[in-house]
Design a protein around this ligand. Structure first.
Ligand code: SAH
Length: 470
């Protein structure tokens, strides 16, 4: 190790910054966040520093650097941009054994500023020892992207409850308790910004653990359930929260619509249970509900992974009713619903200032009753997306036309949107049934009805014409 990573407590401690330009501003901003008492020494300073001095946020000494300026300080930063001056500052500080950083000059520094990920009170410092700052920054960006935005909130949430946990649980039980909090519904709720529910779930978890512990039964605690939208198929369209929860689930109950590529993003040793409803496999919704409860009751973290979004034709509502009734903590993670995935993947904007002022998601599954308002669906200046509609395509087309939709109304059918095998078929209400039949389209596919589907076709044409020109 070239350096010892440490975190300096600088609140109310005197820190000297030599230099008054842009580089100094950056260091002053960072130091201010620590509550240090900053003194800036420079013959000239930029307006930002002048303003801070005026507001009493720092002390400004309007002069060139002299060695006595470092005396009595807790740390020194040489940010003059002039190598000779920085060297003089560094020498004076080292003379008195005061930690010094000369910006961009590791040889004149006894400490360096790391790249930081700040989720205070969680702080991550990354250093390349001054050898490859760009690489250190890249590592930081990767961590920024992966770490939950409210990591700090969870740390505070836990801090506020440490005493209560200490009172309720013996040392041996505490660690696994906290691990369940961090890696479970409570943590996920805090990350989602719902500290009120998280607080209640926490209390319940603590009570249960306390009781099972004192009763001498293993004390696995409550199981819990994550109802996760897996998106339309492309694994890169999973949300960060979905990824995080998939990494910690013990069991994954997944649907037919969830592709292997998405399952591969889950924890390697998680048990995977297929609960898809399809011919030959008669997993009913009741059976799925039973399984959810069964696994949660074993004290496991259960991910219920559904295609698209759990609350769009996903029966997620029924599942959380069951979980709530059984007192099993749960959290819902939204996913990109098929219509949005298909729209983006085919360049069909679902709304459009001139062509469609609203968009409707409809199930094409139950056509036998009169629950759908076909007149409303047949009207212009809107987009209507039918889920589960390919099987009933002729009936849907017939009903729309019977309700007044024109035969030349543009439509598109998107099969396996966002997946490598995606196909898009365009046409009109008059042509689409034959087109779909000829192409042997199979579920999952969406029917999109509206002028916007022709718009995207025009775009595609322009691109291909361009291609022909080149
Ligand atoms: N909860 C899911 C929808 C479940 S209903 C969501 O939000 O997307 C199942 C229907 O969704 C399928 O019949 C099909 O119409 C549609 N669907 C799901 N994934 C799809 C995909 N990748 N491409 C096209 N349609 C899809």
């Amino acid at each position: 190790m070239d350096y010892l990573p440490v975190f300096l407590q600088l609140r109310d401690r005197p820190v000297l910054v030599v230099g008054g330009g842009r580089v100094a501003v950056r260091k002053v901003e960072l130091l201010r966040r620590t509550g240090a008492k900053i003194t800036v020494v420079a013959p000239e300073i930029v307006d930002e520093l002048r303003k801070l001095a005026f507001e009493g946020e720092l002390r400004y000494i309007d002069t060139v650097f002299a060695p006595e300026h470092v005396t009595g300080t807790a740390a020194v930063v040489a940010a003059t941009g002039v190598p000779d001056v920085n060297a003089a500052v560094s020498a004076a500080a080292r003379e008195q054994n005061i930690p010094v950083n000369a910006v961009d000059d590791p040889t004149a520094s006894t400490f360096i500023f790391p790249a930081i990920v700040d989720r205070s009170p969680i702080l991550i410092a990354i250093s390349s020892g001054g050898q490859a700052p760009v690489l250190a920054r890249r590592v930081r960006e990767q961590m920024e992207a992966f770490l939950p935005a409210r990591l700090g909130a969870l740390a505070r949430f836990m801090g506020e409850r440490r005493k209560a946990v200490k009172r309720a649980l013996r040392t041996a039980a505490r660690r696994s308790f906290w691990e369940r909090i961090v890696g479970g519904v409570v943590g996920a709720r805090v990350f989602a910004g719902d500290e009120a529910t998280a607080g209640k779930d926490f209390e319940r978890e603590l009570r249960t653990t306390h009781l099972t512990r004192s009763a001498g039964t293993g004390g696995l605690g409550l199981g819990e359930c994550y109802l996760i939208g897996a998106g339309p198929g492309d694994p890169d369209l999973l949300t960060l929260r979905a990824l995080q929860l998939l990494q910690q689930a013990d069991v994954i109950l997944y649907d037919r619509l969830v592709p292997t590529a998405v399952l591969e993003r889950a924890r390697r040793d998680a048990e995977r249970v297929f609960v898809g409803k399809q011919p030959g496999n008669h997993t009913t919704q009741e059976r799925i509900n039973e399984l959810l409860v069964h696994y949660a009751r074993l004290g496991l973290r259960v991910a219920r992974l559904k295609g698209g979004d759990p609350f769009i034709f996903g029966r997620g509502g029924e599942e959380i009713e069951v979980l709530a009734a059984q007192g099993i903590p749960y959290i819902v993670v939204p996913g990109i619903t098929a219509a949005l995935g298909a729209a983006a993947a085919t360049n069909i904007p679902l709304t459009h200032r001139k062509l469609a002022q609203s968009v409707t998601f409809v199930t094409g599954h139950v056509l036998d009753d009169e629950s759908l308002d076909w007149k409303a669906l047949a009207r212009g200046r809107q987009t209507v997306v039918f889920y589960m509609g390919v099987g009933h395509l002729p009936q849907i087309v017939f009903r729309l036309q019977a309700a007044g939709a024109p035969v030349d109304q543009p439509v598109a059918v998107v099969e396996r949107a966002t997946l490598p095998e995606q196909r898009t078929l365009r046409g009109t209400l008059g042509t689409i049934v034959d087109t779909v039949q000829a192409a042997n389209v199979a579920p999952p596919a969406l029917l999109i009805v509206g002028e916007v589907t022709a718009l995207a076709a025009a775009d595609a044409l322009m691109v291909s014409e361009l291609g022909a020109l080149v």
